[in-house]
Design a protein around this ligand. Structure first.
Ligand code: IMP
Length: 195
């Protein structure tokens, strides 16, 4: 059975394929995504999956994903606005620069942060869900070249290096998306659905 991933983010697609290697994950032809109008990661993930289901073939299984970074000293921002924190067309570098600028004087607890990934799978039988988080802190400067988004400034709990330094293998085992993918796989198993 093929599963479609309703996302235009090639980094996420690559990660999801390596996290769920036995699921045949394709992107939808229609790469246009709905505006993210939800107030939670879950609502946005569900909206993406629904959009994907409407754009795809009937009976198709579709995954929607929404994720982001919550920073303690910023009251949980950038949160659901992580992708466009520095503006509607912001690059990863722009977003990281804004984040580091806002945290310039921040110490200790204020630099604590968490990545969140919410996966929603819509099948003909209904909706299944997997959530994953990764705790850490925001570094003082960007380091490393792997991953994407805020990875060059995110240092996971118990580590000294950023996710961009720790690399893809580390991410495959420990990231918020890895945890969400495991939870989703368990939910699919528990539901008796056959993929
Ligand atoms: P979305 O497409 O609205 O879910 O955007 C998620 C945004 O959150 C990305 O553009 C990144 O800025 C950030 N983000 C989510 N997951 C990760 C990750 O694994 N590493 C780094 N940044 C991430």
């Amino acid at each position: 059975m093929k599963v479609s991933f309703a996302s235009g983010n090639r980094h996420k697609l690559r990660e999801l394929r390596s996290l769920l290697p036995d699921w045949e994950i394709e992107t939808l032809e229609d790469g246009a995504m709905p505006e993210e109008t939800g107030s939670t990661f879950y609502e946005n993930a569900l909206a993406k999956a629904r959009h994907g289901r409407e754009a795809g073939a009937p009976g198709l299984w579709v995954i929607g994903e929404d994720s982001g970074l919550e920073v303690e000293g910023l009251g949980g921002r950038p949160g659901i606005r992580s992708a466009r924190y520095a503006g509607p067309k912001a690059s990863d570098e722009d977003n990281v620069a804004r984040l580091l600028g806002e945290l310039a004087g921040a110490e200790g607890e204020a630099r604590r942060a968490r990545y969140v990934s919410e996966l929603v799978l819509l099948s003909p039988e209904g909706e299944l869900r997997g959530t994953g988080t990764l705790e850490g802190r925001i570094a003082r400067e960007a380091r490393g070249s792997e991953g994407f988004g805020y990875d060059p400034v995110f240092v996971p709990e118990g580590e000294e290096r950023t996710v961009a330094e720790l690399g893809d293998d580390w991410k495959r085992k420990r990231s918020h998306r890895a945890r969400a993918a495991r939870a989703l796989r368990e939910a699919v198993g528990g539901s008796g659905a056959e993929l």
